[in-house]
Design a protein around this ligand. Structure first.
Ligand SMILES: [Mg+2]
Length: 210
């Protein structure tokens, strides 16, 4: 039974590749930097921290002589209306908003300005508490009071606090749910999360009824 659910943003709920493609195309349209050249420059703006990394979009456009905040606003109408959630994320977020079975937080790794920018295109995500951090997630979670929790992330986060389990989302996996270790399961769709948290909710309700 889980009391808290932590959902990663990039590549878990949010189709980061689809968003980046749209962003690069919009930048090409407006600022006339060929997409091929822009992509070739991107690795210079990957910021590494042990096995974690993020792409510093704001630093990249600043290096091209632009004001990053102004670029973000200029690109906004071009990007608006795009669907940047995975199909199974739409369904999970709808289920969580109907009867919130657990306390849910979007826990994303990256700079706050760019993470917030991505979220600003997805109304469903704006209904949930949102954290953008450059702390390792295991450290962030360990700093919270213990409570049975489930983290859903496309990267293995270890070592997790003993009260936390992880669903590792891997949409290429051949089975819905495969045990990787005592507290980690590989899942191939967020539908499995829906099932796990609604089961926890039902179990808790049953106890309250009794
Ligand atoms: Mg991720």
């Amino acid at each position: 039974m889980y009391e808290r659910l932590y959902l990663d943003l990039d590549r878990t709920l949010f189709d980061t590749v689809r968003f980046s493609d749209a962003l690069i195309a919009a930048f090409e349209d407006i600022y006339k930097v060929p997409a091929r050249d822009f992509r070739a420059q991107m690795p210079q703006f990957y910021v590494h921290h042990a096995d974690m990394q993020y792409y510093d979009f704001y630093g990249h456009v600043a290096s091209l002589g632009h004001n990053p905040a102004a670029v973000a606003e200029r690109l906004r109408p071009e990007l608006a209306g795009g669907d940047y959630l995975f199909a199974d994320a739409h369904s999970l977020l709808a289920a969580l908003s109907a009867v919130p079975p657990v306390q849910t937080t979007i826990l994303s790794y990256g700079p706050s300005n760019y993470q917030q920018y991505k979220v600003s295109f997805v109304p469903e995500l704006q209904r949930l508490p949102f954290v953008a951090t450059l702390q390792f997630k295991q450290d962030y979670l360990a700093s919270k009071p213990p409570a049975p929790s489930l983290l859903v992330d496309d990267k293995l986060v270890a070592p997790l606090p003993t009260w936390c389990s992880q669903f590792l989302i891997d949409r290429s996996a051949t089975a819905a749910k495969i045990a990787e270790s005592a507290h980690v399961w590989r899942i191939n769709s967020l539908e499995t999360v829906e099932t796990a948290v609604s089961l926890a909710y039902n179990e808790r309700n049953q106890k309250e009824i009794r």
